[in-house]
Design a protein around this ligand. Structure first.
Ligand SMILES: Cc1cc2nc3c(=O)[nH]c(=O)nc-3n(C[C@H](O)[C@H](O)[C@H](O)COP(=O)(O)OP(=O)(O)OC[C@H]3O[C@@H](n4cnc5c(N)ncnc54)[C@H](O)[C@@H]3O)c2cc1C
Ligand code: FES
Length: 316
């Protein structure tokens, strides 16, 4: 764990205030789900580095997906080829890689897709085609790196709240459909707090283990400042940077969540791996497996920040 200078080797701006950065430097030993703290050479404002998931790792090259939220991400999104970024990491816990005989349901929302994409890519040689993904966003422009995900997973169901790409609705609703259709061994999720809370509950109702990748305001990124504390089910706290970001969903106090639900106790039993699955014919299901990659929106509108539904500490 050290601070290493990386050079920007590629920058791609997407509609909706998203930028994909590929940075090259030293080959780091990383695992899917880990993150880095990063900042550029931009003086004192903002002073602290910002946490970002690794979206892809190829030798000495790291790919990072940035959504413009405030000053730090705005400056990060504006870097150009050749600029230097200081990277501290890799930090935090990681997802378990997908085993050859395992079926994993991934549920991602917005930039939460970054660590899931890395997991899908990294598990491609071992996974045996068992990665099914639901990728949701507000609209088609909120599904960055959709093509990369479609290439890495067995199937991807795209969902948008406004119906501009894939199915109209919420990612959690599509998750319910998948659980009704086929057995899974594990659920992994990353995205907005409310989405992860619902995914965690649905996984628990289905009797499936669920790994979540937490987002919290972070100042240090490695357990010193205690600024990323989240209430835990054991009555204490978990620190998102050190105990997470990837953590068993059952350790987090999620708070109240709305529907959807998995239904009756009898339904729940069928969703476990090895149990009898729903016999609903494919044609009757509203969501199809691999759907067309959404084309980029014609012109980038002003970014609309959607901070996660959680409390965050102050930092500069
Ligand atoms: C482990 C981890 C991985 C992440 N991976 C990615 C990624 O791959 N791509 C990406 O675009 N973003 C990612 N984020 C979020 C990213 O770190 C923040 O968007 C960024 O730090 C915002 O910094 P800023 O200076 O632009 O905004 P700030 O000026 O710091 O904040 C702007 C507003 O957003 C709120 N806010 C900012 N960050 C958070 C947060 N994490 N939780 C709750 N509220 C917040 C602040 O309260 C404030 O109101 C990740 C966060 C974590 C903890
Ligand atoms: S960010 Fe400092 S303890 Fe987690």
């Amino acid at each position: 764990m050290k601070v290493v200078p990386f050079h920007v080797v590629h920058r791609k701006a997407l509609p909706g205030g998203y930028v994909i950065l590929r940075v090259g430097g030293e080959a780091l030993e990383c695992e899917p789900g880990q993150f880095v703290m990063l900042r550029g050479d931009w003086g004192f404002s903002p002073l602290l580095p910002r946490p970002f998931s690794l979206a892809l790792v190829e030798g000495p090259d790291l790919t990072i997906l940035v959504k413009v939220i405030g000053e730090g991400s705005k400056r990060l999104a504006a870097v150009q080829r050749g600029d230097v970024l200081l990277i501290h990491g890799p930090l935090g816990t990681s997802f378990r890689r997908v085993a050859p005989d395992e079926r994993v349901l991934m549920v991602g929302g917005g930039v939460g897709i970054a660590p899931l994409l890395y997991l899908a890519q990294a598990s491609r040689s071992t996974a045996g085609g068992g990665i099914v993904c639901v990728y949701g966003g507000r609209s088609r422009r909120d599904l960055p790196m959709a093509a990369e995900l479609a290439a890495a997973a067995e199937s991807v169901t795209f969902v948008t709240e406004d119906g501009t790409a894939g199915e109209k609705g919420l990612a959690s609703r599509a998750m319910v459909e998948h659980l009704a259709r086929a057995p899974f061994d594990r659920v992994v999720t990353c995205g907005p707090w409310a989405m992860m809370a619902t995914v965690a509950r649905l996984a628990a109702e289905a009797g499936l283990p669920c790994e979540v990748s937490l987002e919290a305001m972070m100042a240090c990124g490695y357990g010193i400042c205690l600024g990323c504390a989240l209430p835990a089910t054991d009555g204490g706290y978990v620190y998102a940077c050190k105990d997470g970001p990837v953590i068993d969903a059952g350790r987090i106090v999620w708070g109240d969540q709305p529907e959807p639900s998995l239904g009756t106790e009898a339904d729940k039993g069928r969703r476990k791996r090895g149990a009898k699955t729903s016999s609903a014919p494919e044609a009757q299901l509203p969501l199809k497996g691999k759907q067309a990659t959404p084309a980029p929106a014609p012109s980038p509108p002003a970014p609309s920040p959607t901070p996660p539904d959680q409390k965050g500490g102050k930092r500069s």
